[in-house]
Design a protein around this ligand. Structure first.
Ligand code: ZN
Length: 200
């Protein structure tokens, strides 16, 4: 091997990141070693600092630096509408549209019969609690338009189907089988606006 072991270690570690293959990992290490020490230290420190300080919002499960996330802290938002998403990255995709002004609930997963992930793993008690306690008028189910997302949506519609609370699901302008996070802003905005009622 013509490169030091620490170089290989760094490349192998970066190569464990999603979307980073062995070649890209090597390129990153070459790039990083080319930077002033101060910059590299800053990069490492900001990651550790983020990992230390960021936790899940007590109410919705979004990333937060305080007890509540930025969305939940924003009193100008409509607390009567709650959008249920699978992952924080889906929340981020919807936020980017600027078309939604309610609050969220992040499931941190989906029901997966093949992978044997059931509703118990999704902390749904907390969501039901929010429905009962708060003055929620509408729950928008924004799980992904794929097999597991559909099953999760069906389960949620049944679970949350309470008189007085409208339950909707975002329209499937988003290609079947794909993820919300990859939908463009226009498609996602349309999907939100053209949501349809689902009953339990
Ligand atoms: Zn929150």
């Amino acid at each position: 091997m013509f490169l030091p072991k620490l170089f290989t270690d760094a490349a192998l570690t970066l190569g464990t990141l999603p979307g980073i293959g062995p070649k890209a990992a090597e390129r990153l290490v070459f790039y990083i070693l080319d930077q002033p020490e101060e910059e590299v230290r800053k990069l490492a420190e900001v990651l550790v600092k983020a990992k230390d300080a960021i936790r899940f919002c007590r109410r919705c499960g979004n990333f937060a630096e305080a007890d509540l996330c930025e969305v939940c802290q924003d009193t100008s938002r409509d607390a009567g509408t709650v959008c249920v998403v699978e992952e924080i990255r889906d929340l981020a995709a919807i936020e980017k549209t600027g078309a939604f002004h309610g609050l969220y609930h992040v499931l941190h997963g989906h029901i997966d019969p093949i992978g044997r992930i059931g509703p118990a793993e999704l902390q749904l008690d907390h969501l039901v609690e929010r429905m009962v306690q708060g003055n929620v008028r509408e729950v928008i189910i924004a799980t992904n338009p794929n097999f597991n997302g559909d099953i999760t949506a069906m389960y949620l519609a049944k679970l949350l189907g309470t008189p007085g609370i409208r339950t909707t699901r975002i329209a499937t302008g988003i290609p079947k089988g794909s993820d919300l996070e990859f939908a463009d802003v226009f498609t996602l905005t349309q999907a939100l606006e053209k949501r349809t009622d689902v009953s339990g």
